[in-house]
Write a protein that binds this ligand. Structure first.
Ligand SMILES: *Cc1c(COP(=O)(O)O)cnc(C)c1O
Length: 356
């Protein structure tokens, strides 16, 4: 059977060779006769895996030897909404409210101190990225979301801050484009959108920003403790870390984030030019803020929905429905999605216009 063209927003497509190697290792990890699922997380085989994953993550972000540590933790990106505040918020932090995930991060952080929403696009159902805001001095940190998975907007540039640490939820576009990652002091990303299966969350943190809050931080929430224990305070999500390592190796073999960016840009250009050209569709967001990862669009005439749905489903396309808060369609085009899949979708859109 041919694999479907998988545009799912997350969990999402990963490279086929990663799926193949992972499934082999469920039976026999590298000729050891043991499954990745049954070995001790303290075994040298797994310690090697998690150390490799941590170092590959830093390497791919070009953050080696710059004072950063990479950690794998559990609880998803949603756990990071509160952990960032637990570890960094003493008095007051600033947040950019650019989508549902930002709003959730704000809600959780409010448990720990004062939150100032610096800018928000909520009034227009998050169709754009706010610009031209002023950031007050003296914030403990500023939090942003680089890619708004649900709405399909992406930050193209980030605030330049002198003293204030910059924290970024990069769950849905980490490793997808080449930016200066050293402008961030803490990056977090749930694995299941561009890196691996659900279960692990990557945190990349500049050590010097830690240890500044006066509250007691419980062990499972404590970045400093996880750094000290090399991400092995307790049993890590072994399989998710393993598959993330395989994906990071695949990334390194295939030219790293610069090569991914080229490929992702080509895919995005292809889909957005069809959305703009095709008389039946319109994009959901402001053009200048369009996401390379998640393209959101709608049918101008909603009556055509069942017909279009039937057409793309019969073309072996999966996961194209938009999030319930947006409606319409969302083509998620993470690193492992081939440009051929995007061509299939574009052909379906063209064909639909001709036959309607
Ligand atoms: C999916 C997503 C989340 C939530 O991730 P979980 O791992 O399910 O908690 C948070 N932020 C962004 C940007 C996302 O895309």
């Amino acid at each position: 059977m041919e694999r479907p063209h998988n545009f799912s927003a997350g969990p999402c497509i990963l490279p086929l060779e990663v799926f193949e190697k992972a499934s082999q290792s469920v039976i026999d990890l590298d000729g050891s006769g043991l499954s990745i699922l049954e070995i001790s997380h303290r075994s040298s085989a797994f310690v090697e895996v998690i150390e490799k994953a941590r170092s590959l993550a830093l390497e791919q972000l070009n953050l080696n030897n710059k004072g950063y540590k990479a950690l794998f933790m559990q609880g998803g990106a949603s756990m990071q909404f509160l952990m960032t505040a637990y570890n960094l918020l003493q008095k007051k932090a600033g947040y950019l409210d650019t989508g549902t995930w930002s709003a959730n991060a704000i809600k959780e952080a409010r448990n720990f101190g004062e939150i100032e929403v610096i800018a928000s696009s909520k009034d227009s159902n998050y169709t754009y990225i706010p610009k031209n805001y002023t950031i007050p001095e003296g914030l403990d940190y500023l939090h942003c979301t680089s890619n708004n998975t649900i709405f399909g907007t992406q930050m193209k540039s980030f605030p330049h801050l002198k003293e204030t640490p910059l924290v970024c939820d990069m769950s849905s576009d980490i490793f997808s484009r080449n930016i200066d990652f050293s402008q961030f002091d803490l990056i977090y990303a749930g694995a299941q959108k561009n890196m691996g299966p659900a279960g692990a969350t990557l945190i990349v943190v500049k050590e010097e920003i830690l240890g500044k809050v006066s509250r007691n931080i419980p062990s499972m929430m404590n970045y400093e403790l996880f750094i000290k224990k090399k991400s092995m305070f307790n049993t890590p999500p072994v399989f998710s870390v393993y598959v993330s390592m395989l994906t990071l190796e695949w990334l390194a073999r295939n030219g790293g984030v610069s090569a991914m960016e080229k490929k992702n840009q080509a895919k995005a250009d292809l889909i957005y030019s069809e959305i703009d050209r095709n008389s039946l569709f319109e994009g959901f967001t402001a053009k200048e803020d369009r996401s390379m990862m998640n393209a959101t669009f709608t049918l101008k005439n909603k009556v055509l929905t069942p017909k279009f749905d039937e057409l793309w489903k019969s073309a072996n396309i999966n996961g194209l429905n938009g999030h319930r808060s947006v409606g319409g369609y969302r083509a998620s085009m993470y690193n492992a999605l081939s440009i051929e899949s995007v061509k299939v979708l574009v052909d379906v859109m063209k064909h639909f216009e001709k036959t309607i």
